[in-house]
Design a binder for this molecule. Structure first.
Ligand SMILES: [Zn+2]
Length: 142
């Protein structure tokens, strides 16, 4: 996918009322952008790139499995330190503790759905996820 096609894709999404109300104004612009790409399922993780025929293999560099968002956030051994910190922060957020699903560490999709559905009350969680993304350095351009 070229940058031009990507911009067209985003432009179409901006016309969608659901997406246009979904904005997070905290953190720096780069981490905010990366976070919103997760919401759009449009990151540069190998699983997403593979879906768009941009890489030949969806595998993670750790060699364990496909580099999906779930693997990136919940299982990849390359980010264990960042994950411990993230889970520690998320487990202190009262809104999340009171949710029907208590196993946040095993429910990436539910957590993300909660953040999307409750952008104001879930912003502390979104901030910690942005920190995770930033500190993992997975999306740094070398
Ligand atoms: Zn991995």
């Amino acid at each position: 996918m070229t940058p031009k096609i990507f911009k067209l894709h985003l432009h179409k999404l901006q016309n969608c009322p659901f997406i246009s109300t979904l904005r997070y104004y905290f953190g720096n612009r780069r981490s905010e952008t990366l976070f919103n790409r997760f919401i759009l399922s449009f990151t540069s993780l190998n699983s997403h790139l593979f879906q768009h025929n941009l890489v030949p293999d969806p595998s993670c560099d750790c060699g364990l499995t496909s580099e999906t968002p779930e693997h990136y956030f919940l299982a990849c051994p390359r980010y264990n330190q960042q994950r411990i910190k993230l889970i520690g922060h998320l487990s202190q957020i009262q809104d999340l503790v009171n949710l029907p699903f208590k196993q946040i560490r095993n429910c990436y999709n539910k957590l993300l759905t909660y953040i999307i559905d409750n952008p104001k009350t879930a912003s502390p969680a979104a901030q910690h996820i942005q920190v995770y993304i930033e500190e993992s350095k997975r999306f740094e351009v070398t």
